[in-house]
Design a protein around this ligand. Sequence first.
Ligand code: SF4
Length: 332
Amino acid sequence: MIDQIYVEEALLDHPRARAIMQRFPDASVTTCARYGEIFNRRAQNFRLQKISPALILAEKFSGHVLPSPPEYAIGGDLNYYFSHMLNCVYDCRYCFLQGMYQSAHYVVFVNYEDFIQAIVDKIRAAGDASAHFFSGYDCDSLALDPVTGFVKEFLPLFRDHPQALLELRTKSTQIRSLLDLEPIPNCIVAYSFTPAEIAEAIEYKAPPVSKRLQALQRLQVRGWRIGLRFDPLIYQEGVSEQYERLFTQVFAAVDSALLHSVSLGSFRLPKAYYRSLARLYPDEVLFASPLEETGDGMVTYRDRIREDLLSFCRDALLKYIPEDKFFPCEPL
Ligand code: SF4
């Protein structure tokens, strides 16, 4: 799976870096001074690198915990994200990471202790306010968990701080570490879905909807709290029927009374990222959809299409869940 590893020289003896390297005994290992030499190199081809990404083991020195985009909020007073990893093993055509980064290589920041300390500092500073932490902004939270050991290392922090909440956002079936741990009520495993027809067409390498649902069911039966993320909503011919079928399928699989939250948001990208993606995949039907630029520098579906799709999905979802579990990512 990984043929090439780059590791910062200072980390050659780091126990976590060594443990990760030992998982890939046949990979070539190359040292570098700082990961940016590889990851931020100019004139890289994301599409070509995505065929066989390298793994870069690095250390993060600052900015471990940052304010999260407002549309991530699921009821917390203060919202933060942190990224122990950059990039994703899946290849969703709409993913903004392709527009954000020059490189498709995976970066894993192995100094977890610094992230953990930064999270604890934010929890303490929050006082009585509720602080939510999102780990799936720059990567899928679980997809590389067997390699990174992320869940096992970070869950105890939230077990010790029940007033804070962690969201693991994922499309992954890599749930072994969660099944092995005792569930805690302040960790939400949030699964992202698009209808099967769309997932098959543009969520390359991601587990099919049916497998995600099986994983979600196992987690819910084990006692983990579940979130559902219908974000981004993707428009195509016959989309209402497709989302209707998806909601029927999802709510037949989950116990909706035990759900933590459901969120909904339309496809949207910053203009510069959209242009990068459209250049990378000029034949992709998604980018020939009825999209337009908005005044705030985003690209999204034309007003009428976006509003119709959002309100159709909102009304359909509210047949299954109460309003207080529903978190639209944009005004409806
Ligand atoms: S699963 Fe999420 S992070 Fe990974 S490629 Fe798809 S949208 Fe991007």
